[in-house]
Design a protein around this ligand. Sequence first.
Ligand code: GDP
Ligand code: ZN
Length: 444
Amino acid sequence: MLQTDTIAAIATAPGRGGVGVIRISGKDLLPFAQAISGKQPEPRMATLAGFRDEDASLIDSGLVLYFPAPHSFTGEDVIELQGHGGPAVLQRLLKRCVELGARLAEPGEFTKRAFMNDKLDLAQAESVADLIEASSEEAAKSAMRSLSGEFSSQVNTLVEGLINLRMLVEATLDFPEEDIDFLEAADAAGKLTALREHLSRLQRSAGQGRLLRDGMNVVLVGQPNVGKSSLMNQLAGDEVAIVTDIAGTTRDTLRELIHLEGIPLHLIDTAGLRDTVDTVEKIGIERTWAAVNKADLVLLLVDARNGVTAEDEEILAKLPAVPRLTVHNKIDLSEHGLSEEVRDGEWHVWLSARQGQGVDLLRQRLLHQAGWQAGEGVFMARERHLIAIQMAAEHLSLAAAAGHQIEFIAEELRLAQHQLSSITGEFTADDLLGEIFSRFCIGK
Ligand code: GDP
Ligand code: ZN
């Protein structure tokens, strides 16, 4: 349901800052702006004003920006009050907005209104959150590409192609005298093949985008002193992790986050998995096991002089059956030179973490394992998008295999179109929308 009541929120991050912004969206907000600032702001111009309380006492002074509908982020009237970025003053200003009839915005509600008013499609709206949450420059770039509509426009092109093909196929259903020959003349099969190829290209790029967003979970196995910390420091290199202090996120010493070419690698250290009776530690261990079970890769680190030990085998036996990469460290102390090779279908890399030799080799190997192919033009995508693309691909492959069962083909094409349209939000259930927007921060 489309709501149009007035909503307000502090749009800037919590804490102190030079400037703090309150954003308000709703219908006919000019009187609202007037009430709070005593001025009639010009559209899209900065107006300097005092923000006043009910009793006319000054709360703050700053800029009023007024964006009349429909030329605003939400498509409604939007007002931004830019004052001083202190929590107390912003709270007071927000309280004043509520007295004037606004309601506190829910997480993502501004973006949801932008979606409802056709300012953004759903994939673009999701990329707003992904841009804000981007943990690397590469992730931010790809989120921006999705926000500007590159991903959506590829999806839309495919949907259009599907619609055209459906019209052909359904025409033969409506007019049985125009039969198979008609479809052959129109090269329906060739069109279907081209659509499937385009879809599979889209699937690859979306997979890359998902990787940039979600990264890869790596379980690190290795005995004390084999060089785990040294290796992690080397891998992290001089890529600066973007660390933010968000209330409620406690640092978890059993996990590390590093980035390789912008791809987040979530490292889980099994050293923390030993048996314990300490309750606090137990909770940490349970959480670590939960993370371990979502692992994409096991990174086994051994001393090149000893190879895999019995203790390693014991831990490995408890881990999920995911691909394994074995790193033989400290080659400077062994006879083995810098190298990599496949043994029984698994990669082994020999290196020296202390000296940094071979770390690049490992980095490339990890990126390869993750499925990363360096290249421009990756756009941000989510698991939800990948699933829809996969389902669409399956419907198209059923259609391609259906031979002369025209009705069956028509139905599969319709289902494929439905899946793709769900990406941009053309057919989307309300509860899915609620779920997507509830993960946004407040004020966005
Ligand atoms: P962790 O306990 O597995 O985290 O191991 P550390 O990274 O703390 O390393 C243990 C010791 O091994 C330290 O003294 C490191 O300097 C040393 N070390 C790590 N990597 C190498 C290496 O490639 N060659 C040599 N010679 N020593 C290393
Ligand atoms: Zn990074």
